[in-house]
Write a protein that binds this ligand. Sequence first.
Ligand SMILES: N[C@@H](CCC(=O)N[C@@H](CS)C(=O)NCC(=O)O)C(=O)O
Length: 220
Amino acid sequence: MYTLYGSLGAASLTPQCVLEEAGAPYELIEVDISEDTERDPEYLKLNPHGRIPTLVFDDQVMIESAAISIYLADKHSQTQLSPPLDHPERSRYLQWMVYLTNTLQEALLLKMYSSLYTDDPEGSAAVISRASSKLDTIMAFVEQSLGLTEGPFFLSSGLSTADIYLNMLGGWDPAIQVRILSSSTVANIPENQRYINVERNYAEMLKRPGVAKTFAANGY
Ligand SMILES: N[C@@H](CCC(=O)N[C@@H](CS)C(=O)NCC(=O)O)C(=O)O
């Protein structure tokens, strides 16, 4: 039995998708992560940063969404959401998982929590502006990379937690959303600025029932 501490639409989404796809027994405990809410001291014993997700199982406590996702997908290998150690695409898989959490997620956090990244009370706008241009570069790289495989996923062997992770993060920023969704035509986003490969990746990912159910339950 797993206990997953999380919050709807946040970084617990990918681990939750893996648990659903695995059909593993788990309990999701909602943590209020709003900025003005004191963290429960009991939760801080599990995760001193007060962030989510945290996974508790057996006598272990694990933090970091990407690491939890890789661990669960490896453990429940019947989900085929992570290529095994000796698979030729294992290296590519790890590369994308680390890139997404280290680079894309980090730039998103800069933009979303801009005031935490500057001592200057007037500095948030500059942080947001810098993060937004980093995000444009990062998403262009992701879009281009998805076009290099036969698609629609990062790996030619099929869906992995990297695709789920990408789409989890994509839902955090309306500026990314509008370039992914079909509604971008409605929003008059020029064709060359749309993330067409990401959009296809999202649509194909939703063909996995456990993933589709979890994204819907998380408000996507
Ligand atoms: N690197 C961590 C980041 C986790 C993270 O920033 N979680 C956010 C929600 S998406 C959070 O808990 N924010 C509340 C806070 O920082 O207090 C991970 O991927 O697990």
